[in-house]
Write a protein that binds this ligand. Structure first.
Ligand SMILES: [Zn+2]
Length: 175
């Protein structure tokens, strides 16, 4: 076994792609890398393409050379979403938005702001009530599992405008 192989520190994005059975192409790494670097932001296809283009000179020589046409980008994003590395949501205007899979999605419940598109866990805000919801959700999953349902996942999201956005909107209306 060559020693050099074991000493190499694996790139976390490479590792993620491999773990999800995806090819580690420059374009894939670039898209996933960008979204992981901006975990709180969700992008539409067009926004992501613009962001990646404007960033193309900032990176190292290898990645910066990758230009993505629309179709390639769409396919790539779909693939990443399929394997669960990206979260795809349809916003209030029925436009698809993508972001790196946030840990808060696994928090029950979590909140999706329709204004800033941030995703946040709600345990803090709901306190004891959040636990009740989580227990109810887990019980529902257990019941379905017992009936033979498989591959279950549950997304308990509350949608609306977060307090920050609501405050900003109110402040704006008053000036
Ligand atoms: Zn917000």
């Amino acid at each position: 076994m060559p020693v050099t192989q074991t000493l190499r520190v694996p790139d976390p994005i490479d590792a993620l792609l491999s773990a999800h059975g995806l090819r580690r192409t420059g374009a894939t790494k670039r898209v996933l890398g960008w979204l992981l670097a901006h975990p709180d932001t969700s992008y539409t296809h067009a926004q992501l393409q613009t962001a990646l283009q404007s960033d193309s000179t900032a990176d190292g020589p290898g990645d910066g050379a990758v230009t993505l046409d629309r179709v390639t980008l769409y396919r790539l994003i779909d693939r990443l979403a399929q394997v669960g590395l990206l979260l795809c949501r349809v916003d209030a205007k029925r436009v698809r938005r993508y972001q790196a899979m946030p840990a808060s999605v696994h928090a029950l419940p979590h909140f999706e702001c329709q204004s800033c598109h941030r995703d946040q866990p709600l345990q803090g805000a709901l306190q004891g009530n959040a636990l009740d919801l989580e227990v109810a959700a887990q019980n529902a999953l257990q019941a379905l599992k017992a009936l033979g349902y498989q591959g279950l996942s549950l997304d308990l999201a509350v949608r609306g405008v977060c307090a920050d956005c609501a405050t900003a909107a109110t402040a704006h209306a008053q000036t």
